[in-house]
Design a protein around this ligand. Structure first.
Ligand SMILES: [Zn+2]
Length: 193
C-alpha cells in the first residue's frame, strides 16, 4: 500500500474496532485492523495515484473519415465506495460515445479502465457517471457521450432501510446524446437491442 501511514492507519482501525466493542486481541482478530486498512486502501487507491484517470484515453486511433458509428461498451463491472458511509457499492456500467468523422477513438479496454479509474476512490454514483462522460468529451472531443450506471449500494442493502433488492440507476448524457434520435439509439444499445 503506497502513500499511506500503515502503522497509524492500523492503530486507528484497531481503536475504531475496540470502540465498537470488538476485541482484537484474539488470534482470529489480531490481524483484522491490518486487513481492514488494506481493503479500504484498495477501494480508495485512486486517491493516492497521481495519474489522472482520464489519461487512459490518451492512446487513440483515427475514427472512420465518414459516418462513424456509435461505440457502446456494456457490462463493465465496477466496485466503488460510497463517500457518505465508506461502504462499497458495485454494479455495472454502459459507456458509449459518438466520434466526429476523422477524429479519435480508443481501444475497448480503455472505457472499462476509465470507469475503474474513477471508481477506486470515495465516490457518489452520480459523480462517477459525470466524470466518465466528461473525460470522453474532453479527451476525444466526441460528438456525444453517455454513461449509464446500475449499482447495489451496501449502505442501503445491508443496513438502514435494508432494501436488499434496490438498485440505483443513473444516466449521464452529454453532447448529441442528450437529444433524439441519438439518445434512443444509445439507450436501445445499452439494453442490447
Ligand atoms: Zn452510502
Amino acid at each position: 500500500v503506497t502513500g499511506l501511514h500503515l502503522v497509524e492507519a492500523e492503530s486507528a482501525a484497531r481503536l475504531l474496532l475496540n470502540l465498537l466493542g470488538i476485541d482484537t486481541t484474539s488470534d482470529g482478530l489480531d490481524a483484522t485492523p491490518r486487513r481492514m486498512v488494506q481493503a479500504l486502501a484498495e477501494l480508495t487507491a485512486g486517491l493516492r495515484d497521481p495519474a489522472d484517470p482520464a489519461d487512459v484515453l490518451d492512446r487513440t486511433f483515427p475514427a472512420p473519415a465518414d459516418h462513424p458509428q456509435m461505440i457502446v461498451m456494456r457490462g463493465i463491472r465496477f466496485t466503488s465506495v460510497c463517500e457518505h458511509h465508506m461502504l462499497p457499492f458495485h454494479g455495472s456500467a454502459v459507456v458509449g460515445y459518438l466520434p466526429f468523422p476523422g477524429r479519435r477513438v480508443v481501444g475497448a479496454s480503455k472505457l472499462a479502465r476509465l470507469v475503474e479509474g474513477y471508481a477506486v476512490r470515495p465516490q457518489m454514483q452520480e459523480r462517477l457517471g459525470e466524470q466518465v462522460t466528461a473525460a470522453i468529451m474532453g479527451k476525444l472531443a466526441a460528438q456525444g457521450a453517455g454513461c449509464l450506471l446500475t449499482a447495489t449500494h451496501t449502505c442501503l442493502t445491508l443496513r438502514g432501510a435494508r432494501s436488499a433488492s434496490a438498485m440505483m440507476v443513473t444516466s449521464h448524457l452529454a453532447g448529441c446524446f442528450k437529444a433524439s434520435p441519438v439518445r434512443e439509439e444509445f439507450l436501445a444499445l445499452s439494453r442490447g437491442s
